[in-house]
Design a protein around this ligand. Structure first.
Ligand SMILES: [Zn+2]
Length: 623
């Protein structure tokens, strides 16, 4: 039998495990050492049983379950150890044979919280001061179990005096132990928890009777200093998000914001919460706060676009929790692309960004896509189909490979769709009519409705008749060397390059700890060690022979700093002195001479002669 076959077995498992909840007791008191100890028990019937560890994690669009950190498994039944055997094909499945007379089994195991900075929720999640608990990392389920039906009774013990936040309903608290209400596996996995020694919960307001919370876990008390203007913007975000969709598909909503330089940085959406992880000083310092401006709007938008409405291909079995995969990413330009567009325009609508910061962001994204050599071979749709490969692709030759471009190119395409609707309807309608139609419905509890490409086209046509299938297909299958600029140009702006770095671009350099020579010489340089992760194909540096994954050591015989290189570019431009770059490639050094007279170049959006729709688009819809 194939390990991915869920025919008769599914019926068997569902009927068996509908009898009582699985109990899941997690001891997180060793979280500061990155260890979680688990005791799980469930009813069982004599005979073969396969226990599975979640592999495909919703929202991560890939097989990212951290199975290598699942250790110490011991299974017992009737007081005796039951041997287990891992499936030799599916590394996430463990086979046991439940002995005759045994009616319940107990499993003990440990989870090692990862230490790597990459890998989304399977990346670093615990420090000495805080932890993010992702239940998919801590449980097993009987193969074929229905994630909506199988119930888990979870219990969590935290380090003394740690506070916590989660969307998972709580039954009672005793000391540092939390007992949750029984929940389906789907709801449990969809409801992570953050906890820590430095912790703060802020109420962000109620809408349609549904409350919203911000829970902040940080590596220090100082990092918890939420500025009044940021809090006001997040309260406005709650209202603005409601104006985009006219519905709310959750009982309450919880932003779990984790502030640490020692956890993986990303955002992961859930129906009733989001797991948002950024650097420790993001609320306190201007540059990281600016760069994080659209993170919470993006993840919040996913409650509608991604969790409530989801591409059918991302739901194996048509279930919310198809943890055995495989997931098909071909519609991620809707799931992520439209979320990115909406999240980005919600940042200025709420006051998390100024309209100018939004334009600086958009100009950067558009320029990056417009200079991507890989556009010539790889259409946008393939970046979505290959999402499970591209999220973990290396940085070198990224410009040739392309990356998860359905995010930024989604910004451009959905802006163009928005502008098209506004123009064709003479201002009577906008993309918000589409979002209210496609993502609307009754508010108050999580639900999921799947869709296909034709459903998106049909809903767009209901709002504004047009050949939307052609509009989308042209952009999804294009191998033009240029990015689709119709949205930017149709909304009254155009992309230009000049020698001035915007404040937004300076903030990007500060947070990345790197200097931007991308649109001039053709690379970014890491401040710390001169690393060149990527070199733009056909840029002056590339033509001179410079290779990615090397280090820039010196400029014109002087140690590299960004100021030394910028000065050399000025001298080249004014006096014609060539720029000599000493580069270390493996163990060898070589000097490359670049004759580049273009000076510094940074992308910006400036007004063209069309009416300024973009400023209207980023204006708030609520008071
Ligand atoms: Zn997303």
């Amino acid at each position: 039998m194939s390990i991915r076959c869920f025919g008769a077995l599914a019926v068997f498992s569902v009927s068996l495990f509908a009898q009582g909840p699985v109990t899941l007791r997690v001891d997180a008191t060793d979280a500061p050492r990155r260890l979680f100890h688990v005791h799980m028990s469930m009813q069982a019937k004599a005979g073969p049983l396969t226990l599975v560890y979640p592999e495909w994690i919703p929202g991560e669009h890939g097989p990212t379950g951290p199975i290598t950190n699942f250790v110490g498994l011991e299974v017992k039944g009737g007081g005796k150890t039951i041997p287990w055997k891992r499936d030799s094909v599916n590394m996430f499945a463990f086979h046991i044979d439940v002995p005759a007379g045994v009616t319940a089994i107990d499993m003990t195991y440990d989870f090692i919280a990862p230490s790597e900075s990459s890998g989304f929720s399977a990346g670093a999640s615990a420090t000495t001061e805080l932890a993010v608990v992702s239940w998919n990392q801590l449980l097993l389920y009987p193969e074929g179990a229905d994630p909506e039906t199988i119930q888990y009774q979870a219990n969590l013990k935290l380090p003394n005096s740690w506070k916590y936040g989660t969307a998972l309903p709580i039954r009672r608290e005793t000391g540092n132990e939390i007992e949750f209400q029984p929940a389906s596996m789907e709801t449990l996995i969809d409801s992570p928890l953050s906890a820590g020694a430095h912790y703060k919960t802020v109420e962000l307001g109620t809408d349609r009777g549904l409350p919203h919370y911000l829970h902040i876990a940080a590596d220090s008390d100082a990092a918890l200093d939420l500025k009044p203007e940021t809090q006001a913007a997040l309260e406005k975000l709650v209202k603005e998000e409601g104006a985009v969709f006219n519905s709310r598909h959750y009982r309450d909503y919880h932003f779990l914001l984790t502030l640490s330089d020692h956890v993986a940085h990303f955002g992961l959406e859930h129906h009733e919460s989001s797991d948002d992880r950024v650097g420790e000083r993001t609320l306190v310092d201007d540059s990281p706060r600016t760069l994080a401006g659209s993170l919470l709007p993006h993840e919040f938008t996913h409650s509608w676009n991604g969790k409530f409405r989801r591409p059918a291909g991302l739901t194996p079995d048509g279930k919310d929790g198809g943890y055995h995969g495989p997931m098909k990413g071909d519609l991620l330009w809707v799931y992520e692309g439209l979320t990115d567009y909406l999240g980005d325009i919600l940042a200025p609508r709420s006051g998390l960004w100024t309209p100018e910061q939004y334009r600086d962001f958009l100009g950067d994204a558009a320029a990056n896509l417009d200079n991507e050599y890989g556009r010539r071979w790889r259409p946008l749709e393939d970046t979505a189909v290959a999402a499970q490969l591209l999220y973990s692709a290396p940085a070198d030759y990224d410009n040739m490979r392309r990356n998860v471009d359905y995010y930024p190119e989604g910004d451009l395409i959905w802006l163009e769709a928005d502008v098209t609707i506004r123009k064709m309807s003479k201002g009577a309608k906008s993309l918000m009519d589409f979002t209210r139609l496609f993502y609307g419905g009754a508010s108050g509890k999580p639900e999921m409705k799947t869709y296909e490409f034709n459903d998106v086209v049909a809903a767009l046509n209901t709002v504004q008749p047009y050949d939307w299938a052609k509009f989308l297909n042209d952009r999804l299958h294009s191998t033009s060397p240029h990015a689709p600029m119709g949205g930017i140009e149709g909304s009254g702006w155009k992309l230009v390059y000049d020698a001035n770095r915007s404040d937004y671009q300076k903030a990007v350099e500060e947070v990345r700890k790197a200097s931007d020579f991308w649109y001039s010489l053709g690379f970014w340089v890491k401040d710390e060690d001169g690393s060149l992760n990527d070199v733009m194909i056909e840029s002056p540096a590339f033509k001179a022979g410079v290779t990615p994954s090397t280090r820039l050591i010196a400029v014109n015989n002087r140690s590299y700093t960004s100021s030394v290189l910028r000065e050399a570019m000025r001298a080249n431009q004014k006096e014609g002195k060539p720029i000599e770059l000493l580069i270390k490639n493996g163990e060898y050094f070589k000097t490359y001479q670049i004759d580049y007279k273009g000076g510094e170049r940074y992308p910006h959006l400036v007004r063209n002669d069309q009416p300024d729709l973009l400023t209207q688009i980023v204006a708030g819809l609520t008071k």
